[in-house]
Design a protein. Structure first.
Length: 292
């Protein structure tokens, strides 16, 4: 996930989303700090398209999922520490309403071990805490994470191994990667798709670059993706079966300049809507197409 600091949204009320007939649930989390600054934009675009949306917390025990025509997973950003509970919820909700993206997609996508199975170029990754390759600098992160949580950057191979071992002993799968300096030069490119159709792309600044570490300091700017990035993102999505209402493909360039997948966000991506005029309307149109 990539939450950006932004405007404070209205709080999600407990009672929202009950007995709403043919409305669509905008699935969020308790969000006490109002991090989801895209919610009102999306709900307004849905309303414009004739879709009545209601914000509902995924973990609201009173939510009546069967009363919704569909439930669209959006800002469920607290799932990282509760992933088993979250994926169990996704399967349960999918039995009661149309869950988008679908539950199997969400289950697979919330654990970055999916990167091993896509058959496309990904950031080089060593998956165990022993026998680390010799790299100038390391990034060590857990396979289940968001917002660079529990992620370190270090030039010290022993420290990298220790962090990986600590993740492992906590029952988590460590991912050890070379630190890619290109994320500082050209940034990370996030390509956003609605209904599998390209909508817009942003270039994002590095998250692990010393002075401005952390998700709230990431800067973004709209930019046209290069042909090789569009081609790779297309190949990534072609490998995912099922309905995809939204997708964000995060790419970086390796030392040789070739694009590689950093992360495929099919669960709860921040969508950079306010950077791209018309993008919320495209999301609404894609939802409408899937519902009819
Ligand atoms: N190998 C790497 N080299 C450079 N920066 C990295 C690397 N891995 C992660 N980062 C930085 O950390 C951020 C978060 O990592 P990511 O793998 O996207 O996980 P998540 O967004 O789920 O926390 C990236 O957006 C990027 O800025
Ligand atoms: Mg990411």
């Amino acid at each position: 996930m990539s939450a950006l600091a932004g405007t404070v949204g209205t709080p999600v009320r407990e009672a929202e989303g009950r007995g709403m007939g043919s409305s669509v649930a905008y699935v969020t989390f308790a969000d006490p700090d109002g991090h989801d600054d895209e919610r009102e934009t999306v709900l307004a675009a849905w309303a414009e398209a004739g879709i009545a949306g209601r914000a509902v917390r995924w973990d609201d025990p009173e939510a009546d999922w069967g009363s919704f025509q569909a439930a669209v997973v959006r800002s469920t950003w607290d799932y990282v520490r509760r992933r088993a509970e979250f994926t169990a919820w996704a399967h349960r909700a999918a039995g009661l309403t149309r869950l988008l993206n679908p539950a199997p997609v969400i289950e697979r996508n919330t654990d970055k071990t999916y990167l091993r199975e896509l058959g496309v170029p990904v950031v080089p990754t060593h998956w165990t805490d022993t026998g680390l390759p010799l790299w100038d600098e390391y990034v060590v992160k857990p396979a289940i994470s968001a917002g660079a949580r529990d992620t370190i950057r270090t030039a010290d191979r022993e420290e990298a191994a220790r962090h990986a071992a600590a993740l492992r002993s906590g029952g988590r799968t460590p991912m050890i990667q070379p630190y890619l300096p290109m994320v500082e030069a050209e940034g990370e490119t996030s390509l956003v798709y609605f209904g599998r159709v390209f909508s817009h792309a942003v270039r994002r600044s590095a998250m692990l670059s010393g002075s401005a570490a952390g998700v709230d300091n990431v800067r973004a700017a709209l930019r046209d993706p290069a042909p090789d990035q569009l081609e790779l993102a297309g190949r990534v999505l072609a490998g995912i079966p099922g309905d995809l209402l939204y997708a964000r493909v995060d790419l970086v360039r390796l030392a040789g300049g070739e694009p590689a997948l950093m992360e495929l966000e099919l669960t709860e991506p921040y969508l950079y809507l306010r950077w791209a005029p018309g993008s919320a309307d495209r999301l609404a149109a894609a939802l409408k197409a899937l519902l009819t």
